[in-house]
Design a binder for this molecule. Sequence first.
Ligand code: ADP
Ligand code: MG
Ligand code: MG
Length: 254
Amino acid sequence: MATLEIHDLHVSVEAENGPREILRGVDLTVKQGETHAIMGPNGSGKSTLAYSLAGHPKYTITGGTVTLDGEDVLEMSVDERARAGVFLAMQYPVEVPGVSVSNFLRTAATAIRGEAPKLRTWVKEVKEAMERLSIDPAFAERNVNEGFSGGEKKRHEILQLELLRPKIAILDETDSGLDVDALRVVSEGVNRVRETGEVGTLLITHYTRILRYIKPDHVHVFAAGRIAESGGPELADKLEEEGYEAYVKADRTA
Ligand code: ADP
Ligand code: MG
Ligand code: MG
């Protein structure tokens, strides 16, 4: 079972008036097969955690460790992380001009599997995954993210997740901007991947809405750059009722 271990992670960004510490000691362990929800107010550093794990160059690791089965993730390039099985669905995916969804997915699958998937079985695999996500077949020939609606971007994220089968998937605000139907389709995709027991999921979200469809094993409240509280699914119910006010207050008085 693959295990991602984050220990005392500190991360800074370069702001106008010098470096600014955003993550202030994050501890978290995610195992293959587990679903962890990370919830917290805007600006608490959730996306910074996601980008730092994916190796985004804007974020400087100033302390702590991240390992996947004991291997130092922070030493790996972005590509090496993907090959090792760490997947980040981007909150704002970038456009990839001139590259179709179909080619993009095949290139990614080749990088991760170490060999190109056989064309015939691959086309079938993609077609079936797209059907499950109610994606129009013409979508495969469109250029990645070019003119994608919010819902199409999210479906594309889940399509990647289903086809690439990472060990650890980081879904940052996959639920934001989705209507109820799209939210259901996207959640069903996440749940299908989850049922394989092969993927550990870090589900980052500001809202409790998606947790009606995806039941996390663990819930963590993120506040001011660290995990302020951890618990089971009942913690999400508490957040739904009480919001984040108590955590934000505690930080101000700290
Ligand atoms: P969340 O995803 O929880 O809303 P973020 O990780 O996006 O939080 O942001 C946490 C804090 O870090 C915010 O105050 C944000 O302005 C700041 N921040 C994040 N990325 C950058 C960056 N690249 N440059 C400057 N400040 C940043
Ligand atoms: Mg934000
Ligand atoms: Mg964010």
